[in-house]
Design a protein around this ligand. Structure first.
Ligand code: GDP
Length: 140
């Protein structure tokens, strides 16, 4: 079995709603192992670095201000197909389009405040994990 890692962020709206435990439980129930975990508040510069791929999008300012607006919970999830399993648990980017039972359908307010981030492919997962964690911080 090929294990895959992905990066998850519970965004400031999820932390404010006190659904950290609920969301982490969904990951574990789906068979994903939490191999790194921290709670931090990003500054604007860190947020801009993380979302650099979106720098030309019209919502870049809103996106980076929001993710830096309060504490976030950042984790690395490991398991077979962890990237796609996490994306399924998250639901569509716009919560109005998210399937019932997904994190975004259950908790998100809007496309901007959509509760969770999850890597969208193996390359971005590797980059995003390295952005927040050293190899030594990942549990074997
Ligand atoms: P994701 O992979 O499902 O998170 O979606 P994307 O990679 O397409 O976009 C990254 C993040 O940008 C999303 O999670 C949204 O929070 C945000 N975003 C996307 N589109 C919009 C938009 O039209 N307005 C705002 N404010 N934020 C957006």
């Amino acid at each position: 079995m090929v294990l895959e890692r992905t990066l998850s962020i519970i965004k400031p709206d999820g932390v404010k709603k006190s659904v950290i435990g609920n969301i982490l439980n969904r990951f574990e129930e789906a068979g994903l192992k939490i191999v790194a975990l921290k709670m931090v508040q990003l500054n604007k510069e860190e947020a801009e670095g993380f979302y650099a791929v979106h720098k030309d999008r019209p919502f870049f300012g809103e996106l980076t201000s929001f993710i830096a607006s309060g504490p976030v919970v950042i984790s690395v999830l490991e398991g077979k197909d962890s990237i796609s399993i996490n994306r399924e648990l998250m639901g569509a980017t716009n919560p109005d389009e998210a399937d019932p039972g997904t994190i975004r359908e259950d908790f998100a307010n809007s496309i901007g405040e959509n509760t969770v981030h999850g890597s969208d492919g193996p390359e971005t997962a590797a980059q995003e994990i390295a952005y927040f964690f050293t190899e030594a911080e990942l549990v074997n």
